[in-house]
Design a protein around this ligand. Sequence first.
Ligand SMILES: *[C@@H]1O[C@H](CO)[C@@H](O)[C@H](O)[C@H]1NC(C)=O
Length: 343
Amino acid sequence: MLLTNFVTIAILIAGAASAPQGTRKNNAKTNANLNQIRGNGQGIQAAQQRAGSGVKIIEKIVQPTAGDPTFLQFRVAMPQTITPDMGLNVLLHGDGGQSFFAMPNAKLDSNLIGVTVLAPNAPMKWGGLGNNRPDGPQHATLVKDLVKSVLPQMMPGFNQSRVYFTGVSGGSLTLTSAMIPLYGSMFQSGWLIMCGGLPSPNGIPASAIGPNTRIHVQTTINELAFLKQSIPPALADLNQAIAKVPGITPQQAATQFTFDGTPNGGHCAFDGQGFSSGIQAVVSQFTALMLNGQPARGITAANLTPLAQARPFGAAAGQAQNRAKKSNAKNGANNANGRKGKK
Ligand SMILES: *[C@@H]1O[C@H](CO)[C@@H](O)[C@H](O)[C@H]1NC(C)=O
């Protein structure tokens, strides 16, 4: 077992270091082996208790994307009856999978059905290994197909125009660097981005953000060093796209796209206590924070900061992006060219 894991990780690292096609091929092969439900139902009972008797946690594994053999494991907090006003809150966990198993979104909240999805690799890391998450686009496609193809068949009748996403740490890296840029145009309800962010190689197109898309980015003061580097340029990407969305006034943008970085805690410890309790505390206030434009009690400042004015960790988002651009240019012409081409 240990040896198998070691070989798997070695293949992933080898894949990440070679050409993009090589990465895809190797990962597809590696991921295809993960065709059994992992985790032995860990966390289901506790999530079931929090969700209440009207909701049943179910777990499945599927191959959501035609032509990609990768299996995707997911859990749904399924209500007894699905009504047409019900939408989804799809959560992507942080590295190692804690929130997949804990399901902080298990309780039906504002008629949003909680879904958690497990990263399709052995270390349970969305976007693959390394801080630049090279498998982000592939993973984003798998999640998109799960939501667009698998879930509507499995639970017909929910409102497909009402799909929110919640990212935790590594999950937020994949949402900001791949999911929003590639598939934001299909999902225009809202994005709760917690304790993570990564710029996309090609930026974010304006079409990824709709006239009513809600975005809130939540960090803490004592964030991890590498995230202090990657979150500011990710916010700059979002702000650049938001500025190009037609018909959104600055006044509207100030409450629709928000940021808060005030909690005095470590990585994801929004309650100042711990990782899982901090995440649960924010997700429990999803309705207030994401739908009602209110602060999260005991977590955020009384007034959320407009995303355009966000200065996470004291850095100006614009300056941070310039730094990122320079380092991209150093690391390879692809990224810098991609950004130029978008303009
Ligand atoms: C489905 O969601 C959209 C977007 O939030 C909303 O405009 C529409 O009214 C919803 N439909 C139902 C039946 O609730």
